[in-house]
Design a protein around this ligand. Structure first.
Ligand code: AMP
Length: 478
């Protein structure tokens, strides 16, 4: 999972890109990077660490120009090594290409072998480098980015929301099923594309719309145009974005994420009404769910856990005992809100179960009489191959286990997950338009050894790779 952004703005882009990445920090804390272009020079600064650790005012001033892209990384493919930090740059014959990607390809190995056989040398272990190589290779013969992206989309299998900087033009494209989010905003003197609308808000911009699945957007100093490169017979928006990953204040494919989570909370109460004294969220991701549950049930919303907001990624403890203690620094109980109470505890998801087990123990230690765990996702039973860092089946607590066995394992008085049909209804776009791979084990793209649901993708430009007249092109309305 990663966050991406691309901006063209007559007032310079390095600071806006930095603020946008700040707004997307929740999508990746492992590394951050920005590329910009001015005159004939591509400027890049990137490193491991949080956005605030990677950049300072000097590095931002050195990133010159009115067009650029940025990335925050949460490693899903490729190890945590400095050479995997994005954006990646490709230079040849007077063209500078920089590229950043959110998602995960499932045919990386085949593509890499094919390109290596043709003499291509890879410097990293990421799938993003493959996307860059296919585009750069196609640009060598065609010089048209639109043709290159068409060729690229025909080869890639998996999820890819991508931003690319080709000299001083920003391109952005989304896979034909729209698995990963990407949206467009208008700024005072230009345009922005970003993984989530919160990045547009951070720059005081105006949300325009989502990038359509299979669409290629082009932004330069004269404005924004787009072409539809591929169309599919369905969409497959990542359901886990709504459950956990996206910020609650983001509007994603037409829906405010906070509203989805609040509706799930309401449905969680209706699925199994109980009597209790307090509705407590697991902060921060459980808050919107708990607000909905409290409203529907009439049970008071009461914070039983407080999160220390200043504990960064770098808080690493060497021993198990110290790590256990660190959990108490990260999360503490509000004893007065829990003692002798029947508590409904609300979290977004249970993955391995370790977090829930620890939290249930803490709440019991604080004196709660009953702990009714309510979960905003159905049981997660299968891994994600399309961009969410999810463990293997053996590590997933709900894989091959009944709900009662999970309840016993985490130590709750009762446990209820949201049923899939209620979750789908809360999101509102229909199951056919969602990727539910982690909840059903059925994926919208073909994956070796897994079940896949049938999708048909049609490439609008057909075989005319160098003839753009067959594209449905048009100037974007603002
Ligand atoms: P656990 O059950 O111990 O694996 O932890 C699950 C909790 O971690 C959930 O309540 C989420 O808030 C959070 N979470 C879920 N998925 C992820 C993920 N892919 N990366 C990081 N945190 C996650």
């Amino acid at each position: 999972m990663c966050g991406i952004v691309g901006i063209v703005d007559a007032g310079g882009v390095s600071f806006p890109l930095y603020y946008a990445l700040y707004a997307l920090q929740h999508r990746g804390q492992e590394s951050a990077g920005i590329s910009t272009f001015e005159g004939t020079t591509l400027y890049t600064h990137k490193a491991q660490g949080l956005v605030a650790e990677v950049f300072n005012s000097q590095t931002l001033q050195d990133l010159r120009g009115n067009a650029g892209i940025g990335h925050v990384r949460y490693p899903t493919t490729g190890s945590k090594v400095p050479e995997n930090v994005q954006p990646f740059n490709f230079r040849y014959r007077g063209l500078d290409l920089s590229i950043a990607h959110n998602g995960n390809l499932v045919n990386t190995v085949e593509l890499r072998e094919e390109y290596e056989r043709r003499g291509q040398i890879f410097c990293t272990t990421t799938d993003t480098e493959i996307i860059g190589n296919i585009i750069a290779d196609a640009l060598r013969t065609s010089k048209s980015m639109e043709d290159a992206v068409l060729l690229c989309m025909r080869r890639l299998r998996g999820s890819y929301a991508t931003v690319a900087l080709l000299n001083n033009t920003v391109y952005a494209f989304r896979d034909p099923l729209g698995i990963k989010p990407l949206c467009i905003g208008k700024l005072d003197n230009g345009y922005i594309v970003a993984s989530e609308s919160v990045a547009i808000d951070a720059l005081d911009g105006t949300f325009v719309r989502d990038v359509r699945p299979g669409e290629l957007v082009r932004i330069d100093e004269s404005g924004l145009t787009s072409v539809q490169v591929a169309t599919a017979n369905r969409r497959a928006y990542c359901i886990f974005e709504y459950i956990y990953f996206a910020r609650a204040d983001s509007v994603m494919d037409g829906t405010l994420v906070y509203d989805v989570r609040r509706r799930i909370g309401q449905k969680l109460y209706d699925a199994r009404p109980i009597e209790a004294d307090a509705v407590c969220p697991v902060p921060d991701s459980g808050i919107a769910y708990a607000a909905g549950y409290a409203k529907q049930s009439g049970i008071p919303f009461l914070e039983g856990l407080m999160k220390n907001r200043y504990m960064g990624r770098t808080f690493i403890m060497p021993t198990q005992q110290q790590r256990e203690r660190a959990v108490r620094i990260k999360l503490n109980t509000v004893r007065g809100n829990l003692k002798d109470k029947r508590v409904v505890l609300i979290d977004d998801s249970i993955v391995r179960g370790t977090t829930s087990r620890r939290i249930v123990n803490m709440i019991r230690d604080a004196g709660a009489e009953e702990i009714h765990l309510r979960v905003g996702s159905p049981p997660i039973i299968a891994p994600c191959y399309l961009g969410v860092d999810m463990p293997t089946r053996t590590e997933l607590i709900a894989s091959g286990k009944e709900v009662e066995a999970v309840r016993r394992s985490v130590g709750a008085t009762s446990l209820t997950y949201i049923p899939l049909e209620d979750l789908v209804e809360a999101i509102g776009c229909g199951e056919r338009n969602l990727c539910t791979g982690c909840l059903t084990g059925c994926y919208p793209v073909e994956i070796n050894g897994e079940k896949s649901c049938h999708c048909v993708v049609d490439y609008v430009a057909g075989t005319h790779q160098s003839d753009l007249s067959t594209f449905r092109a048009g100037k974007e309305e603002t």
